[in-house]
Design a protein around this ligand. Structure first.
Ligand SMILES: CC[C@H](C(=O)O)C(=O)SCCNC(=O)CCNC(=O)[C@H](O)C(C)(C)COP(=O)(O)OP(=O)(O)OC[C@H]1O[C@@H](n2cnc3c(N)ncnc32)[C@H](O)[C@@H]1OP(=O)(O)O
Length: 254
């Protein structure tokens, strides 16, 4: 089976599942290409009403960038090419004119939190954890996640998640406003489908109009430029010994 699974329901919900359980659904270039293809398809497909992104298995939603692949990127320039590729994809996800939902079926770590931040809604399994851990790897968010988070959470809550680089429970995330709804692990998909109904029942035109209002706000606020300034900053830190040593110690520990 492929690294990304796609399922469409009769009522217009598109399920994108990152299917790399062996790497806790880490993102590599193939997954990035699949994300771009699906996002472009959903934007143009009239019968697609809501996009849900989730992960395979029950351990992880997404563990961020694939460290076994991206640790080979050494220079600022090499890092920037990868970071900017995913930054473009997440900007197109954020500005998709249809509701988007990140269903945290497990841990969302690093870039996994950035993918979730690009979505309109974040809902989670009761056992899910999440963390913008980049700071503990000597870098900052590299896919535009901080800029998107600052658009969606109060300043102090966003900075708590980013600056501490801690890992939080779904319940803590709900208190911080990052997680909108918590479902039981046992009935996760069914409970998520029930919750999504309130959006699926609306007309596509209404849903698109509200998303376009958000996109207009982000255009005026130069969100895209801010995301790429953030990405550039991450690529500078990427070259640091602290970053490369942190990644290497993760890989050596496995
Ligand atoms: C701009 C994005 C930015 C970047 O690309 O630099 C980032 O995303 S930085 C953050 C990168 N991600 C991490 O630091 C997450 C590291 N992983 C974990 O914290 C855990 O694996 C966790 C919590 C996701 C799951 O823990 P669990 O105990 O369930 O599993 P294991 O840790 O035993 O891992 C199982 C298996 O998966 C491999 N793995 C996990 N995460 C990654 C990853 N991000 N890239 C590559 N491989 C990953 C891990 O090495 C194990 O492999 P194995 O061969 O079985 O030893």
């Amino acid at each position: 089976m492929g690294k990304v699974l796609l399922e469409r329901t009769e009522n217009g919900v598109v399920w994108l599942t990152i299917n790399r359980v062996e790497k806790r659904n880490a993102i590599d270039f193939d997954v990035m290409d699949s994300f771009k293809r699906v996002i472009d398809e959903v934007e143009g497909n009239k019968s697609d009403k809501v996009l849900v992104i989730t992960g395979a298995g029950n351990k992880a939603f997404c563990s961020g960038g694939d460290l076994s692949v991206f640790h080979d990127l050494h220079t600022k320039e090499e890092a920037y090419q990868m970071l900017a590729k995913m930054g473009e994809i997440l900007y197109s996800l954020a500005t998709l004119t249809k509701p988007t939902v990140a269903l945290l079926n497990g841990a969302a770590i690093g870039g996994g939190c950035e993918i979730a931040s690009a979505c309109d809604f974040r809902v989670a399994s009761e056992n899910a954890k999440f963390g913008f851990v980049q700071g503990k790897l000597g870098i900052t968010t590299g896919w535009g996640g901080a800029s998107m988070l600052l658009e969606k959470l109060p300043y102090d809550k966003a900075m708590t998640l980013l600056m501490t680089a801690n890992r939080f429970s779904a319940q803590e995330g709900q208190g911080l406003g990052f997680i909108h709804k918590i479902f039981s692990e046992q009935n996760l998909k069914v409970e998520c489908e029930d919750w999504i109904q309130a959006y699926v029942e609306q007309s596509s035109g209404v849903l698109a109009a509200y998303k376009q209002a958000a996109v207009k706000k982000w255009e005026i606020a130069n969100l895209r430029d801010r995301m790429f300034a953030e990405i550039n900053q991450c690529s500078i830190l990427w070259e640091s010994d602290e970053h490369h040593e942190a990644v290497q110690s993760f890989l050596d520990a496995k």
